[in-house]
Design a protein around this ligand. Structure first.
Ligand code: CUA
Length: 156
């Protein structure tokens, strides 16, 4: 009889854990709302939403950011490609892919962290709070300049 109670408690605990991962605060000033994935043809990014990657406003306080990771930069993100600039108190959905090898997309100091895999799209919706600057680093070894592959998100 008690096994069922324990089982139920364990289930509640696990569900709580999962929801705290998906819905919990990921770091100062950022809250994760949703995360999922999709696919894309890495040979033909020019014919997808990744043809012209960048920040796009899609609602009053809603933005979409398409990011292509490639050796050894984020486009956008790396200053040479233009940093990612979004308004404070906005809901932002990131779509991240790679046009060559596997990269990482980690927002420094937060749990916002995904892989950038050729052929796959990592989708993450987050809420940004107050103005801040966040660093982005590649945390998957991707070649000679892996350590220098970085970018910035500026919340203004
Ligand atoms: Cu890109 Cu490491």
């Amino acid at each position: 009889r008690f096994e069922k109670v324990w089982l139920a408690l364990a289930l509640v605990f696990i569900l709580g854990l999962i929801s705290s991962i998906v819905y919990g605060a990921v770091g100062p000033g950022i809250e994760m709302i949703d995360a999922e994935g999709g696919t894309v043809d890495p040979q033909n990014l020019d014919e997808t939403e990744f043809a012209d990657p960048g920040v796009e406003q899609v609602g009053e306080n809603e933005y979409e950011v398409y990011v292509v990771a490639k050796q050894f930069s984020f486009d956008p993100g790396t200053p040479a490609n233009g940093v990612i600039r979004v308004p404070a108190n906005s809901e932002v959905t990131f779509y991240v892919t790679s046009s060559d090898v596997v990269h990482g997309f980690e927002v420094v100091g937060t749990n916002l962290n995904t892989m950038a895999i050729p052929g796959q799209v990592s989708k993450m919706t987050v809420e940004f709070g107050d103005p801040a600057t966040y660093g982005i680093v590649c945390n998957e070894y991707c070649g000679a300049a892996h350590h220098a592959m970085e970018g910035r998100i500026v919340v203004v």
